[in-house]
Structures are given as structure tokens and as C-alpha cells.
Design a binder for this molecule. Sequence first.
Ligand code: PRP
Length: 175
Amino acid sequence: MDRSKVRVLLPAEKIQARIRELGAQISNDYPDGRPIYLICILKGAVMFHADLARAIDRSVRMDFIGISSYGKNKTSSGEVRLTKDLDTSIEGADVLIIEDIVDSGITLSYLKHVLEQRRPRSVRIAALLDKPERRLRPVEVAYVGFTIPDEFVVGYGLDYAEEYRNLRDICILDP
Ligand code: PRP
């Protein structure tokens, strides 16, 4: 990990403050008494999933799904692969997909389609970061943390070649 190559875009405190707001909004939008199934897309969303879950004042279930669309390259190949399935059934459930970043939209449009076939009660998406300039497939994101410019970002779960995921801030990686 080369810290001289990164500069902070979103400091940790700002991320946490925004997550508290999203948690309050989600708690307000979902009725009491039914758990919200928080589905984490591995691996980039793990930090957001863990922090958002703690900001939601409702019963939640936590599950994980593995999807790979990038391989080791920086740009999307357009190929999507399920690498790990959920452990639990989501039939009749209120599902909230937790994603770190929406880029081309390929990952989320694929996953939403896959999960909807399992007959959940509802499916919404929460994404910490949105890069609308890069969109190739339309995706409806109910909860967006930050809209960001088309820069390559790392940290807070996001990687470059598996490095930088453990940074507390979200940073721009200089080429
Ligand atoms: C990244 C990111 C999203 C996806 C977004 O995942 O975490 O899941 O790409 O891109 P898209 O909108 O163009 O589909 P990646 O495949 O790099 O895996 P990772 O989360 O394990 O790092």
C-alpha cells in the first residue's frame, strides 16, 4: 500500500455522518416488526454494510453475496459471475442490497434481476457512492451516500488490486 499515491476525497467522519443520516432515513421508511434483509455485495461493501446496519434502528438480517465483474482490471469487462450465494431464503422478505459503488450499473442490474426471481416482498438498493457519468445500465438506487466524479477511488472497502480496502477515508488513487 503506497499512501503517497492517494488523496482524501471523503474523510471518515463525513462518511460516518452520512451513514447516520441514511440509517435514520431507512429506519423511517421501513415499518417496524419486519426485518430488513441487508445483503452485502462482497467484498467492497463490507465496511458500509457493517456501519449502515448499526445505523438502522430496525430488526435486520445480514447476509452476503459474492459477485465479480472486474477481475483484476480497473475497467468493467461487462462479465458478471456469482461467486458466493446467500445463506438464507429471501422469499417474502424486504431486501436492501448494500453496495459500495455504482459504476456501470452492470453488477446491480444483474443482481437485482437474480434476487427478484426469488420472490422477495421488496428489493431496494443502498449505495454509498454513485458515479452517474459511467452508467451503462439504468439502475434505481433508493439510498445514495455520495455522488462522485469519475475518479478511481479506494478505501473504506474499495480496492485497487486488493490493496487499500482498510483505509478509513475514501481516497482518489493517482495513476
Ligand atoms: C466493484 C464494486 C461494485 C462494482 C460496481 O466490485 O464493489 O460491486 O464493481 O461496478 P459496476 O457498476 O460497473 O458493475 P468488484 O468487482 O471490483 O469487486 P470487489 O467489491 O470485491 O472489490
